[in-house]
Design a protein around this ligand. Sequence first.
Ligand code: SF4
Ligand code: SF4
Length: 514
Amino acid sequence: MADFDVPKLEDYLIVPEPRDKVTNHLAPFLAKPPHQSDLGFPEELVDNWKDVAIAKMGDLLGKYRSLQVFLDICVHCGACTDKCHYFLGTTDAKNMPVARQELLRKVYRRYFTFAGKYFPKLVGAVDLTEEVLDDWYSYFHQCSQCRRCSVFCPYGIDTAEISMAAREIMDAVGKGQKYCNEIIAKVFKIGNNLGLPEPALADTLEGLEEDIEDDTGVKVRLPLDEKGADILLITPSADFFAEPHVDGLMGYAKVFHEAGVSWTLSSKASEAANFGMFIGSYENMRKLALRIREAAIDLGVKRIVFGECGHAWRVAYSFLNTLAGPFDFLDQNYPIPQHICEFTYDLIKQDRLRFNKEENDHMTVTFHDSCNVARGAGMGGYEGGQFEIPRAVIRAACNNYYDMDDDTIHDATFCCGGGGGLLTDDLMEIRVKGAMPRMQALKKVTEEHGVTNLAAICAICKSQFAKTLPYFGFRMDQIVSVHQLVSNALVMKGSEQEAELDGSAEEAGEAETA
Ligand code: SF4
Ligand code: SF4
């Protein structure tokens, strides 16, 4: 199946011996000229790329104080070395977080520190050469910006920020990555990552309404561009067609229906994803975020709810107000924005949703904490809410639930291997190898507790696992959406499921009386 070695799953995670140049040949396709220019970057590598790169680095050091601090304070303690899933899966020494940072740090020292300018060899400073640029392109695209390493660093050095800065510098010299830049351009032009135009989106939503009615007998609406609705749902475009994402979208629609709220999707902001973060571009991230503000104003909504998308939730939770605020025109009585899990959990706490958990009894579920939710965002307004709330929603809908090992969940969660703009077929080898630590934890909980399914609240994780699970002997349909579990078990008022349940309850009552 694979034309590369797939890491073997052991009984426990083994930290490998670092090796040189194992994955230096892996790099994504270069962005084509139109995708570069659509984002305001040079179409191809500029002649004076070295000067431009150093000037851009200087610009970023001035703009982001954290970047300079991260480049200055590493003491090479080594605590981060075995924390990256790409190192564990590839054994490549440059995939150790500190080594990845060094790729940029060495150049920073050479051009921005006194010692590096005058005694480069003494302090390990190097000139920016084509070879260094190639290493940047390769290894900064073998970082999913998951931030796991930063949790274990005594100084909190965030390799993700260093990798974002490196990608920003590469875009500035005309060496951008095809997958991310093409997608951002598509969102600007059409409104979503998939390039799904408004009529196709409307058709898809109509089809989903029919599916829900066939299944439950209840007319549940999935409205598009409905002015005056209370809630604007911003969700990843994968939710509109791919499995298991679309089952999650049907779950959100059923929950909104049961809550009796009016809601709408927007064709203008039909994408929650914000790949501007992956390429480190504040300007592009802002432009993408402003679509959401404009859609909310155009439609006159009072609230914004985000669907299941990990990095989109990080951008929404941590940066949306800075990028596109103030949101003073929304109802201040609700979180701005709110996550769909928070929305559903509130209803569960108020006992306003009825579940028949037996509908999920064919599954034993575990939960994969997505990096950007676990380490870059929150939920519920209290510490750890982002870990508890999705699990509480799953437990409300399922009888059988087990967590994976403690050192692989919550803020120590392992990346799926496809985040940070790596979810492209040209990076399949690094994606499969990077998935190994999560697969190893899944294997363990499968053997110990009979876990059959992995639930997630991130579109990238779901797509990545659908592709990579089979490499490790699992089935692609073992990955499920959290709101797919909700959808399976939710007993809507007036539904065939409700009639069946109440009918059997009545029959049981009659039998007892007799
Ligand atoms: S941010 Fe994640 S992918 Fe990047 S070096 Fe750290 S652990 Fe590895
Ligand atoms: S844990 Fe932090 S200080 Fe230690 S080597 Fe890694 S980045 Fe440097």
